[in-house]
Design a protein around this ligand. Sequence first.
Ligand SMILES: [Zn+2]
Length: 576
Amino acid sequence: MRRIIMSGAYQSTSAAAVTAIVLSGVLSACSAAGTEESPMSTEQSVSRPLSGQRVAAQSTLKRSSGASTPSSNASLSPSVDGGPLVYQFGPVISKVKVVPVFWGNNVDGTVKANIPGFLSRVTQSHFYMDWLAEYSTTMPGGTNQVIGTGSATAAITISPANPTANHITAEEIQTELAAQIDSHVLPQADENTFYMVYFPPLQPGDHITNVGGHSCGGADAFCGVHRNFLHGSASIRYAIIPDFGPGSGCDVGCGSNTQFNNVTAVSSHELIEAVTDPNTVGGWRTASNTYEIADTCEADQDTLPGSSDVVQLIWSNRFGVCTSGYGPGNVVGLGGKCIEVPGYNTTNGTSLDYFDCNGGGNQVWRANSTPQLTGLGGKCIDLPGYNTANGAILDLYDCNGGGNQAWNFTYAEIRGYGNKCFEIPGGNTTNGTGIDYYDCHNATNQKWTFTTAGEIRGQDNKCLDVPAANTANGTQVVYSDCNGGQNQKWAVQPGGAITGLGNKCLDLPASNTANGTGIVIYDCNGGQNQKWVISGSVVGFGGKCLDLPASNAANGTPLAFYDCLAAGNQNWTFFP
Ligand SMILES: [Zn+2]
């Protein structure tokens, strides 16, 4: 069950707004923007796949938190108002700078000891933060911010006027934060500052109240809230994270993990919501303006790769799934999972499977010019015995140059900074037409095939070309008859660059994402405007396709070979 809080009494900016993770028997979330009080509304509950089960081919495919999910949580309600998120032309936070704040000396010892490290690691995590660049605001009319990693300061323990935080309201918390900023106990806020305030245990039955809601219990109970208020000319963005200890009320219903891991998951929820919608109005919100980025994925937790840090999954517009991130080398398919070498087993003949993306080295693939997809141990994705029967299972094998190891991204988009697409403008296939960058719209003039010869061919089989073999920086690439020349040879490099003649990189000039910007070649510099993602079918021997059998996105599903069907279970996105 979901509840919607509409704020009214509190007015900080032109439109007062409040977002919260709301507890209502089960973990639930809520956010709303508005200027008037509104009756609470309830949304229809939708059954959720049980732990270990999955529903494929849904735009709101959910991950469960696996074995740690108790059966009592099996019917948590996923959002019925999931993505996509719509940008409302206000600010985001591009390089978040978290200030952990402890409300007096009695904050939970584990939180005090460990939350600063968690916030530091998670804000700096390329895995968790980098993909949020899809929510950058570089479009016309946007605030021209590119979201990436951030940082956290050391924690600051304040000595508030109400150290026990009993009978405290969000307005009183704001007054306290403003006073602490003015007295320089807390740093001044800039556009990236986000104060995350952790509270001590309250007296039994007491709550922090926020626009009619109550922390950890009572009417419209919440597990966490992020808000903002104006202080002078500064917008102060902050979160309220109550104590989750036994008897708090937040010890149940705020996640199914350990107490501290639930605190970190809720913290990550509020963190990413603040990054993408810091003023709780004007950022990225669902079309109904009801939910923010983390609400769609509530209760879905994941552990960041190589750590024990538990975060909440976040909604990706690009993939239509909840995710904790994608990394270089991932090949991501239906439901946002990754192709992997199970168990890191590089024995020839090991069947490949499909699994939650986790940053592991067994999920990293490289495209080379053969073209092969090489993975762990430098071995290749292989069609055993050239067996082209539908349903043949793919394996990992020593690379041998065989046709059963050749894979071509076919009828694929080339997407980059700001998530737009390479395009033949107007579908004009006349030789010499300049290639430009445009909103992706799934049309033929945005589909490209990477050939065995190293070409990138377009809609009528012509080639991406450096005109007159002119390698001057800024030369716009064009569409032209294929001629086998070096000025039509391209290589996809680890990290996302696509290099061509003279070892120059395909480049979006000045990171200008305006529709119609010409794609050029330029000295490679590692910039985001030279990183590309390839998304489409992967075609192998005999013209058949890499396939996720029966659209079964369950962890461990083996990868197969099948007639190409242009279906979602044959669409793969490669992060080089
Ligand atoms: Zn939320």
